[in-house]
Each structure stands twice: as C-alpha cells, then as structure tokens.
Design a protein around this ligand. Sequence first.
Ligand SMILES: C[S@@+](CC[C@H](N)C(=O)[O-])C[C@H]1O[C@@H](n2cnc3c(N)ncnc32)[C@H](O)[C@@H]1O
Length: 238
Amino acid sequence: MQNVLPSSDKKEQTVQKMFSSIARYYDLNNTVLSLGLHHRWKKKTVELAELGPGDRVADVGTGTADLAILAADQVGEKGNVVAIDLNEAMLQRGLAKLVGRSGVMMARGNAERLPLKDQSVDAVLTGFCMRNVTDFDGALAEIFRVLKPKGRMVCLEFSRPQHPIFRKLYDFYSFQILPAVGQWVSNDQTGVYDYLPASIRQFPDQETFAKKLRRMGFTEVAYYNRAGGIVAIHIGKK
Ligand SMILES: C[S@@+](CC[C@H](N)C(=O)[O-])C[C@H]1O[C@@H](n2cnc3c(N)ncnc32)[C@H](O)[C@@H]1O
C-alpha cells in the first residue's frame, strides 16, 4: 500500500488543503459514502452527551456544523454552542446552515489550542476530527482542560470493524471503492479520499482509544460501535 499519510510537520497544512478542496461537496459525499448513516451516528453522539437546557457545548472540528446544530436543539435558548474548526471553507458551509437559527457561534480555532477558558463547557462533541489533528494527545488534553468537572466528552470517529470477514470487505470498500467514488463526486485532486482510509487505519482501535482516555484522566469511559465497528462513539467524563 502506498503511504499517503503526510509527515507530522506537514499534516496540518496537507489536511487543511484537503478540506478546503472538498468543502463544497462535504455533506453530499458524507451522505453518499455512509449511505446516509452519518445522520444517525451524529444523533447518537449528541444523545450520549446527555445535554440539558442551558448547557454550554463545544463542537471541536465542527466542519459543516451538523453536531453543533443538533446540540443547539438540546440546550435551548439559555444554552449555547461554540463550533470550532480550523478550516475557513468548512466553517463557511456550516455558517450557511445556521441562517435563521440561534445558539451556535462559529469560531476559527485549532483543536490543539482551543480558544476556550479552563473548565468552561459542560460537554465537548467532536466528530471525525481527532484522526486529522497532528497532536492527538494534545487535542485530548485540551478537551479535558476546557471541560467543567463532571463534563462529558463524546467523540465520533472511524474505528475498527469487529468481524474479520466484515473487516476484509470494508477494507476493499474503503481502499478501492471509496477513493474512486469520493474523488468522482467532489472532483478532488488533493488525494483526500486516499488519505481517508489510510488515516482510519492508523487511528487507535476502540480499546486502545478507551485506554488512552482513561490514562488522560477521563472516567466512566465507554464506547458504542456503529455499523459493525466502522465507527465508534467514545464517551468519557472529567
Ligand atoms: C471530517 S471533518 C468532520 C466535520 C464534522 N465534525 C462532521 O462530523 O461532519 C473534520 C474537520 O476537522 C477539522 N480539523 C482538522 N484538524 C483540525 C484542528 N487541528 N483543529 C480544528 N479543526 C480541525 C477539519 O478542518 C474538518 O472540518
């Protein structure tokens, strides 16, 4: 397999170039490539955060703001959601979905240096972002820092299919079919749909990620597989 993962000194720049290139097609591609399932995964992610009216929430790596919008519906008028992303083009797409809505503030910022005060949010949501950061441990430490005591982190991310045969089929889909379809839908020239399966493979599997969260100080760590483990939703409490 060709190595399509950028070295760590170039990762941020390379990843950002990819997201700038596909921002216009991001939502469409998500729906096509997940057969619409990403909507359900995102609903479950927000449900697991157990948000209540008045809560303050951060959506880290918000992209086109799907999690932020779902969270805003839960926290109501007294709560608020700050939706953070490094990528201007993705933020613009998200902003367009916020017309006529209140309760979500979009902010440009890095997951590795969150523009939030210590212990300032009740929950952090993050969807398909942690695989893309350069310093994964640093980003988790930032999430921990900004959470209030007893605050919840919920992370939706690609993971490892559990059944060996299913895993083989999934590898075929993600390394052969997905890059071709993704590139065709978005006319992408940056290689983002080759990067996607490679980045998924190098990301910690369910148990390894759970152990890391515990080591970092999160308690009540658990995870929920979806689509046979293609994605997993990890939760942890501060
Ligand atoms: C795959 S998209 C996910 C978007 C959205 N959360 C969703 O679930 O559809 C990943 C997003 O993470 C953002 N991202 C990557 N690295 C980041 C970083 N270091 N800080 C903030 N955002 C980052 C990208 O710009 C991109 O918008």
